[in-house]
Design a protein around this ligand. Structure first.
Ligand code: GSH
Length: 212
């Protein structure tokens, strides 16, 4: 498998967490969002929307490019079910998906690079705008997680919800958010960061990471 991704992209970080948790080897292929490589024809061919991450997989001799971190989660879960990232109960699985969606559709799009660039072009204070929505989303997540969390976001095993939470708090800090307002989320994040597979997936541990 090949993962086309960028060290600081939170959606890329989610997929790295799933891959490392499952112990799946992959080739790391950097796509620099700062240099605009996501818009190059070669990458648009993999993902016409021009985003990372993209996971390239081979099934039955056919190579396919899968975009969207949650679709990638689903593929990996079905393809490699041995170390599950979803709880067993049906309702539990739905609750994890609810936390994932709160982040995936309710927070991350508000601080995506293309969103921020457009806001800037409109003369909006894009950092302040993004910080508002990150804060609002995390407030909802703190309350939702308080119904389900154990050591991790849902009970005592690492799930997709944690694959999304850890990168989201990383992203929130980048935008100057005061994540300490969300003690449960920070406690879960710290439990996650103590795990070796999380350390391996961290942005600053990636080959394209740059200081600062
Ligand atoms: N919902 C998508 C989001 C993908 C996405 O927004 N990726 C960002 C990085 S986290 C990106 O490639 N942005 C490039 C741009 O906006 O130009 C996913 O989960 O994969």
């Amino acid at each position: 498998m090949k993962l086309f991704n960028y060290w600081r992209s939170s959606s890329s970080y989610r997929v790295r967490l799933a891959l490392h948790f499952k112990g799946l080897p992959y080739e790391y292929v950097p796509v620099s969002l700062i240099k605009g490589e996501q818009h190059e024809a070669l990458h648009r061919d993999r993902n016409p929307a021009g985003y990372v991450p993209v996971l390239e997989v081979e099934e039955g001799g056919v190579t396919s490019a899968i975009s969207q971190s949650v679709a990638i989660f689903e593929y990996l879960e079905e393809r490699y079910p041995e170390k599950p990232l979803l709880p067993r109960s049906l309702v539990g699985r739905a609750q994890v998906r609810a936390m994932v969606e709160l982040i995936n559709s309710g927070i991350q799009p508000f601080h995506n690079l293309s969103t921020l660039n457009h806001l800037k072009a409109l003369g909006v204070d894009e950092k302040k705008w993004a910080a508002h929505f990150i804060d609002l989303g995390l407030e909802g997540l703190e309350k939702l997680a308080s119904k389900h969390a154990g050591t991790f976001s849902f009970g005592d095993t690492f799930t997709w919800a944690d694959c999304c939470l850890v990168p989201q708090l990383f992203g929130a800090r980048r935008f100057g958010g005061n994540v300490e307002k969300f003690p449960l989320l920070v406690r879960v994040e710290q439990a996650c960061l103590a795990l070796p597979h999380v350390q391996a997936a961290r942005p600053d541990a990636q080959p394209d990471a740059t200081p600062g």
